[in-house]
Design a binder for this molecule. Structure first.
Ligand SMILES: Nc1ncnc2c1ncn2[C@@H]1O[C@H](COP(=O)(O)OP(=O)(O)OP(=O)(O)O)[C@@H](O)[C@H]1O
Ligand SMILES: [Mg+2]
Length: 232
């Protein structure tokens, strides 16, 4: 089977049209190898006009993917337009949060383009050295990473943002540097979402505890550094 036939089996017609549009506009060339497949998305790598590697995250247009959109995000989508529209809205939402985090200076893939259910972003790695999830590659300076990652959580929260799914599955290790990915569950910080911030901090602390890190900060101290107060 040719590569394009494989893709036409995997993707619905609308997604194929969206891939074609990005190719026609020069943002991507052919989709090269897949680098990740989840229930909600496929991630491929490709090349842009200048032959630079890019990552292409495609949210699946199907009912299972729709169901996995967290209900608090689903509620935000417009009622009209059905689930394809809502998956596209969800993709745009992820892209906007990634862009905001990147502008803040968070070590995250540089956002390049969002079109319907597809995000094009900087590829973390090289063809011969694709960055691995930190859960699969703990070859890094644990002390430095803990300080960097807690600083990212604090900086984002000070700017009203929560990653919402922070864990060693959504942090890539590229040559010893941490890159935060997957902003699909990101949230604005408020009294009704602060529990997700607490969950992110707890997940990171538990992970570093499992790495036998000794200088963990307490949750209350991190929240104190953020300076967040419930105004309700
Ligand atoms: N910019 C990138 N550069 C390199 N690899 C990437 C990039 N973005 C994603 N990946 C790879 O693709 C995988 C899936 O990406 P991501 O976590 O964003 O998707 P997901 O659908 O939320 O997956 P999951 O449901 O497993 O969390 C990542 O674990 C990583 O290996
Ligand atoms: Mg993920």
């Amino acid at each position: 089977m040719t590569k394009s036939k494989v893709f036409s089996h995997v993707f619905d017609e609308e997604t194929l049209r969206n891939v074609n549009k990005l190719q026609g506009d020069g943002y991507i060339s052919n989709l090269l190898g897949p680098i990740g497949t989840g229930k909600e998305s496929y991630v491929f790598y490709s090349r842009d006009f200048h032959d630079k590697l890019v990552a292409v995250k495609i949210h699946r247009h199907n009912i299972d993917a729709f169901k996995s959109i967290p209900s608090y995000i689903r509620l935000r989508g417009r009622k009209s337009g059905g689930f394809i529209k809502q998956i596209n809205d969800w993709t745009r939402f992820e892209y906007n949060f990634l862009s905001k985090a990147y502008k803040l200076g968070v070590n995250a893939p540089e956002p390049i383009r969002c079109y319907e259910n597809i995000i094009v972003m900087q590829f973390i790695g090289t063809e011969g050295n694709i960055a691995k999830q930190a859960i699969k590659d703990d070859n890094f300076d644990v002390d430095r990473w803990y300080k960097l990652i807690t600083k990212i959580i604090i900086d984002m929260a000070k700017n009203g943002m929560i990653h919402g799914d922070l864990s060693p599955y959504n942090i890539l290790n590229y040559s010893g540097e941490p890159f935060i990915i997957d902003f699909s569950q990101a949230l604005k910080l408020s009294s009704s979402t602060v529990n997700f911030l607490i969950r992110d901090i707890t997940n990171i602390n538990n992970w570093f505890l499992s790495l036998k890190y000794k200088n963990l900060k307490e949750l209350k101290d991190i929240i104190g550094e953020i300076g967040w107060k419930d105004e309700n």
